[in-house]
Design a protein around this ligand. Structure first.
Ligand SMILES: [Ca+2]
Ligand SMILES: [Ca+2]
Ligand SMILES: [Ca+2]
Ligand SMILES: [Ca+2]
Length: 244
């Protein structure tokens, strides 16, 4: 009987151990007040959050800081993951007015979410999402039927441009791998110490028929760096930190 008590105690002890937040690339602060999605990052939460770089050129030739530079902040509350992205881009272009056609060849902000940090292939399933947010705020990704669909009800976004600087403020509902476009889905309620996979990128086109560059937040090893839309294994690890 004594050994059973010891066994139960050890199980209880191990399940109470907290993850080491320093093991995660992104440690995200909780927002205690409302974040207004207006393209203006003047909320207290944004003042506290740190800027992080979008500086890995995944596709295309070397580029100047005037052509593209980008940085972002992250925050969370029970309902949303929030992104504030500041993008310098010399020309905004939207060649394809149909939001489901070659949306990656227009300027767009791309946000990658893996709800459970499982990694792995997500090209035609919803183990992870690669949300392409267009200049017109339409949100596209590929569904399980292997065709692009709009996920506008997953994301609210607003972009404000001032000269060549474009600020995107984004609120993202988080859905798990059981998501299906053909049923009613409930977003995941976010809680402290939840872990997810995350990456962000920008498709930059200025004057070409296809995008000139694709710049992301993650270091991708190997020749082919355009893997985020297929492989959630390249995402960074993220953990939600409770409010202090
Ligand atoms: Ca705001
Ligand atoms: Ca550019
Ligand atoms: Ca997953
Ligand atoms: Ca551009």
């Amino acid at each position: 009987m004594k050994s059973i008590y010891i066994f139960v105690f050890m199980i209880g002890f191990s399940s109470c151990q907290s993850p080491n937040i320093h093991d995660y690339k992104y440690q995200i602060i909780q927002s205690s007040s409302t974040i207004s999605i207006d393209g203006i990052g003047n909320e207290d939460t944004w003042t506290k959050a740190k800027w992080l770089p979008i500086d890995q050129n995944w596709v295309g030739p070397d580029l100047s800081k005037e052509d593209f530079s980008g940085r972002f902040k992250l925050a969370w509350d029970q309902k949303f993951l929030y992104v504030l992205a500041e993008i310098v881009d010399d020309t905004l272009i939207d060649i394809h007015s149909d939001p489901l056609k070659a949306y990656w060849d227009d300027d767009c902000l791309e946000i990658f979410i893996d709800e459970d940090l499982s990694g792995g292939n997500h090209q035609y399933n919803h183990s992870a999402f690669a949300y392409h947010i267009g200049l017109d705020n339409n949100v596209a990704d590929i569904d399980t039927n292997q065709k692009p669909v709009l996920f506008n009800d997953h994301i609210e976004s607003k972009r404000i441009s001032s000269g060549n600087k474009h600020t995107w403020e984004v609120a993202i509902k988080i859905f798990n791998e059981d998501f299906s476009i053909s049923k009613r889905n409930t977003p995941t309620r976010l809680t402290a110490l939840k872990e997810m996979g995350f990456a962000i990128a920008y498709c930059d086109n200025d004057y070409s028929s296809t995008r000139e560059n694709f710049i992301g937040s993650e270091i991708v090893v190997g020749e082919d760096k355009n893997r985020g839309w297929i492989d959630a294994g390249i995402f960074g690890s993220l953990i939600l930190i409770p409010e202090k």
